[in-house]
Design a protein around this ligand. Structure first.
Ligand code: SF4
Length: 440
């Protein structure tokens, strides 16, 4: 059996680098000129209210732009870009697609833009479960998957296989954070098996520690990885982040289910040398041994508070709020112990005995614990996902003076730490004018 080819190219000029990357792995070989091609970036979330650093979180527009240009030059004219991120934007805001230059791309190249959240979904049977997949994804002849090179605090790495979770309806995304056989790591890796992914391009212009959201820490990485084989591409991406395939449970399961090897010896890696780019990027937030909160809380001397660590049942909506919630809790610390509070979240955490107050973070925790006899006083932060301003009000009503302004300051702080002089360029999410010549 011939070895799958994975190409690695260092990111310099976007167009030239991507052209080389695709040529090295013969990336367009599976495409026909008449194909309806869907490009699937990763735009997991955006925020129009507070500063949002996209580094290592969102696929760069500069890579998408170079890809569109190359596809057009090679005679592929039926192009759509589609994604289904968290529906956080308010109606009066400009669309995310406008903000990151996709509307310019659409005008310039005559491609279609689809927001999966606004469209129809079709049911796809996976044997023991059914998922709703965006109809525009099901209608595509071929998919080009363009994830970011990043870590994930539940899945360890988030690359091509993980990026396909974005094609699901909101309800199906939540379903994928189920329990037991419907655990996150058992469900999302199956999605790609039903889809015609012809090429994966991992955008490693930046990478992200403790991802997948903007509260992780980004680094400039300058690397592109591509393959026509999704598993091969993810195995190399994981290695670059410092994880062997065997160390990532969902890659291990995927390989087993598809009778594939996890060994890099069974791949042909072209271009950059893997050894020169392999660097460990941590995926997880460290918690106390007693599961009472992040290590940082212990170091600050915070007591009287037990925030249980998130598990895989916490879906992305609550997950991206978890770190902000921690910042809010920290903002109310005045040197005195908290009044014996526990916080539980997700679909599997039951409130423990012996706490004066129990914060139920999100609808799932509220539903699961509604009749829990251990709870003396519940602070139910309903909402799916909950709202941070409601969180502030509910806690203030209980005398816990969390301060939303501190969260706003924190957001400014994490945005300001990415400086242009250190290689963090926001114009990677813009379309530069006047540099494109398309041979139609
Ligand atoms: S409450 Fe949170 S964990 Fe539960 S379904 Fe909603 S977003 Fe997901």
């Amino acid at each position: 059996m011939s070895k799958s080819i994975v190409s690695m190219v260092s990111f310099e000029d976007p167009y030239t680098s991507l052209k080389k990357l695709i040529e090295e792995c013969d990336g367009f070989a599976g495409l026909n000129p008449e194909d309806k091609i869907l490009i699937k970036p990763n735009i997991v979330s955006w925020d129009f209210e507070l500063p949002f650093p996209p580094f290592g979180v969102i696929t760069t527009t500069t890579v998408i732009h170079a890809l569109v240009r190359l596809l057009k030059e090679n005679g592929f004219n039926h192009l759509t870009i589609g994604e289904g991120g968290l529906p956080k934007a308010h109606s009066q805001d400009p669309s995310v697609y406008q903000t990151i230059g996709y509307e310019d791309l659409a005008k310039q190249y005559g491609l279609e833009l689809v927001d999966f959240n606004q469209g129809r979904f079709g049911q796809v049977d996976f044997g023991n479960f059914t998922l709703s997949i965006a109809q525009s994804v099901l209608d595509a002849d071929k998919i080009i998957n363009v994830p970011v090179l990043k870590t994930h605090n539940q899945a360890k790495v988030s690359l091509g296989i993980k990026n396909m979770k974005g094609v699901l309806s909101r309800k199906s995304k939540m379903f994928c954070h189920g329990l037991g056989e419907f655990d996150l790591l058992e469900t999302f890796p199956r999605i790609i098996e039903k889809l015609p992914v012809a090429l994966t391009i991992i955008d490693g212009v930046y990478t992200l520690e403790k991802g997948p959201g903007h509260t992780g820490k980004a680094f400039r990485k300058n690397l592109l990885i591509a393959s026509r084989d999704p598993l091969a591409c993810d195995l190399v991406g994981a290695e670059v982040l410092g994880y062997k395939g065997e160390e990532v449970p969902y890659l291990q399961d995927y390989a087993k289910r598809n009778r594939r090897s996890l060994s890099l010896d069974d791949l042909k890696i072209k271009g950059e040398r893997l050894e020169e780019h392999r660097q460990f990027v941590d995926y997880d937030w460290e918690w106390t041994k007693e599961n009472t909160g992040p290590i940082g809380f212990e170091k600050r001397g915070i007591t009287g508070l037990a925030i249980r660590k998130y598990d895989n049942s916490l879906c992305t909506g609550c997950s991206v709020l978890f770190n902000p919630m921690l910042i809010l809790m920290m903002s109310s610390f005045n040197g005195q112990p908290f009044p014996n509070i526990e916080l539980v979240s997700g679909k599997s955490q039951s409130a423990s005995e012996g706490f004066a107050k129990t914060i139920l973070f999100g609808k799932c925790a509220c539903d699961l614990n509604k009749d829990n006899p251990h709870i003396q006083q519940a602070i139910a932060v309903k909402g799916c996902p909950p709202d941070l301003k409601d969180f502030e009000e509910l806690l203030r009503a209980e005398g816990i003076k969390v301060n939303y302004e501190e969260y706003v300051n924190y957001r400014q702080h994490i945005f300001d730490r990415y400086r242009p002089e250190d290689g963090f360029e926001l114009n990677h999410w813009q379309v530069k004018e006047g540099t494109e010549e398309v041979n139609e």
